[in-house]
Design a protein around this ligand. Structure first.
Ligand SMILES: [Cu+2]
Length: 187
């Protein structure tokens, strides 16, 4: 008698675990549909010194199999810097599994499947092709010029082409740096 009550309880626990699993699945789906929010701490700047600093975080979330920067892939985030500003991009690999790297490249179709020459001198991390391991960091320092549209692209084989890139704009009209996301439905 006692044994069967325990067995019954066990089934009930099993049913609840199943419901909990469904709830987890649903919330994961709706979280994926929501757009990643921009964290204001990612960008800082000194207008008088004309210098900008951006925290670039590889694999911040699970989006796109962690092939993302700051939770954005496929150009979903744009880092804008006024032309001529001193720019520092602090790269960190938050991905516990895969190595990643980053470089500023010219927009191109199709996207390369391995590293290419950076479009701006010194605008690339160490170990472009192999990638920096989990929690490794590197800092790129360069002057944002010439004005134009660029990509911040992961150089590890296949990553950038699979969507691990965001946009970088060196702007002749912007007065201050900014992080922008495109209007819904636009890229
Ligand atoms: Cu990568």
């Amino acid at each position: 008698m006692r044994a069967s009550r325990i067995a019954g309880w066990g089934r009930r626990v099993g049913a609840w675990a199943g419901v909990a699993g469904m709830v987890t699945l649903l919330s994961a789906t709706s979280a994926q549909a929501q757009q990643q929010a921009i964290d204001p701490t990612w960008l800082s700047f000194d207008a008088a010194a004309r210098s900008a600093r951006f925290q670039l975080i590889a694999g911040l979330t699970g989006l796109n199999g962690a092939l993302n920067f700051n939770g954005f892939s496929d150009g979903g985030l744009t880092f804008v810097v006024p032309v001529g500003w001193r720019t520092e991009i602090d790269f960190r690999n938050h991905d516990g599994m895969l190595p990643h790297s980053a470089e500023v490249i010219a927009p191109q179709t199709p996207l390369p499947i391995q590293p290419v020459d950076p479009a701006i001198p010194r605008a690339f991390t160490l170990r472009l092709a192999e990638g920096l391991i989990s929690e490794a960091t590197d800092t790129m320092r360069f002057t944002a010029q010439p004005a134009g549209d660029y990509l911040i692209f992961c150089g590890v084989a296949g990553h950038g082409a699979a969507g691990m890139w965001i946009r970088f704009q060196v702007s002749a009209s912007a007065k201050t740096p900014a992080l922008l996301t495109p209007a819904p439905g636009k890229r």
